[in-house]
Ligand binder design. Structure first.
Ligand code: FAD
Length: 292
C-alpha cells in the first residue's frame, strides 16, 4: 500500500531539524532509518503530515567510545555498531550480541538504535539491552537537552518520553570496567524475525568474585521491555552459583507478562524468559572466566 500524503523536509544540521519539529509540532515525525516508520506509513498505521528527515545531519552520525561513555548518535546505523572494532571488547558484549541479531543485515544497514528506542516496539531488541546496561537518552526539547534514564524513557508500547516538537539526539552507555560482561539471548522463529522471547543481562564482579552489579531485562514480555529488579537483587552480593542463577531465572519467569500470538502461548514465553535469563547469565559469567 502507498502511504497517505505527507510533506517531506530534509534537515542539514541539528538546529534545522529541531526548528522543523518545533514548527510542525504534533504533525511531524522524525525519519531516521525508516525501517519501522515507513512500513507503518505504508500500512496506514502512521499518518504523519510532515516527515523531518535527519539522515543528512552529519553531526548525528557519531559513534564514540571514549573514557566516559559509548555514545551513539541518532543516525548511527546498527551495522556500524556491529562492525566497530572495539565492540568486541568483553565489556561491550551485550551491545555486540544485540547488534548481530536485530532484524537482518539489510535492515541493520539503515536501522538505528536511537530510532528503535523511540519506536519502543514491545518486541524490539535494543530497549532490553539499554535497560540491562542502564543507558541514558539525550532528548532535545524547548528547554534544552535533558538526559533521560532509559527506565523513564520507555513509557509504554510504541511510546517513549520524547514529546511533540522534540527529538532524541543520542543514547549513552557508561563505560564498564574489565570485570563486566553481558549477553543477549534471543529466540526467534527464523533470522530477521522479532523475538519470541529475549533476555538481556549484564554483570560486574568484585575482586572476591561476588557480583557487584547486575542488569536483567526482558523483551517480548509485556507492553515494552521490562527490567527484572527481583532478579537483579537475587544476584548482587552473591557468588555466581547455580542457585543464584536459578533464583534470577525464576524471578524473570514470574515478571514476564507476554501476549499469546503466532510465536507462542503465554506459558511458553514465560518459561522461555527464565530459560534465556539463565543462559545469558551463564554466558556472561563464562565470558568473565567464571564457571557457574
Ligand atoms: C523486516 C524487518 C525486521 C525487523 N526486525 C526487528 C527485530 O528483530 N528486532 C528489532 O528490534 N527491530 C526490528 N525491526 C525494526 C528495525 O530495527 C528498526 O530499524 C528500528 O526499530 C527503528 O529504527 P529506525 O532508525 O529505522 O527508525 P524509524 O523507522 O526512522 O523511526 C521509528 C520511530 O521512531 C521515531 N524516531 C526515530 N528517530 C528519532 C529521533 N532521533 N527522535 C525522535 N523520534 C525518532 C520516528 O519518528 C518513528 O516514529 C525490523 C524491521 C524490519 C523492516
Amino acid at each position: 500500500m502507498f502511504p497517505a500524503a505527507f510533506n517531506y523536509l530534509r534537515a542539514h544540521n541539528p538546529d534545522e531539524a529541531f526548528a522543523f519539529l518545533q514548527q510542525h509540532g504534533a504533525e511531524a515525525r522524525v525519519l531516521a532509518g525508516g525501517q519501522s516508520l515507513i512500513p507503518a506509513m505504508r500500512f496506514r498505521l502512521a499518518r504523519p503530515g510532515v516527515l523531518v528527515d535527519i539522515n543528512a545531519v552529519r553531526e548525528f552520525a557519531y559513534l564514540r567510545n571514549d573514557a566516559q561513555a559509548l555514545a551513539i548518535g541518532p543516525i548511527a546505523r546498527d551495522s556500524e555498531i556491529e562492525r566497530a572494532p572495539w565492540i568486541r571488547e568483553r565489556r561491550w558484549s551485550l551491545i555486540y550480541d544485540v547488534s548481530r541479531v536485530v532484524a537482518d543485515p539489510v535492515v541493520r544497514q539503515m536501522g538505528t538504535i536511537v530510532g528503535s528506542l523511540c519506536h519502543n516496539d514491545p518486541s524490539g531488541d535494543w530497549a532490553a539491552a539499554a535497560l540491562a546496561s542502564r543507558a541514558e537518552v539525550d532528548v532535545r526539547g524547548t528547554g534544552g537537552t535533558r538526559k533521560v534514564k532509559i527506565d523513564d524513557f520507555l513509557v509504554d508500547s510504541f511510546t517513549a518520553a520524547v514529546g511533540e516538537g522534540e527529538m532524541a539526539t543520542g543514547v549513552r552507555f557508561r563505560v564498564a570496567d574489565e570485570a563486566t560482561a553481558g549477553s543477549y539471548q534471543k529466540l526467534e522463529r527464523k533470522v530477521g524475525d522479532f523475538a519470541t522471547a529475549a533476555a538481556a543481562v549484564q554483570v560486574s564482579l568484585n575482586s572476591d568474585g561476588t557480583i557487584r552489579e547486575a542488569g536483567i531485562a526482558l523483551s517480548a514480555a509485556g507492553p515494552c521491555a521490562v527490567r527484572v529488579e527481583e532478579a537483579e537483587r537475587a544476584l548482587v552480593g552473591r557468588k555466581p552459583t547455580g542457585d543464584a542463577i536459578r533464583a534470577a531465572a525464576d524471578a524473570a519467569e514470574r515478571k514476564s507478562a507476554p501476549q499469546a500470538d503466532l510465536r507462542g502461548s503465554v506459558e511458553y514465553k514465560k518459561h522461555l524468559a527464565g530459560v534465556l535469563v539463565a543462559r545469558g547469565l551463564r554466558q556472561a559469567f563464562a565470558r568473565l572466566g567464571v564457571q557457574s
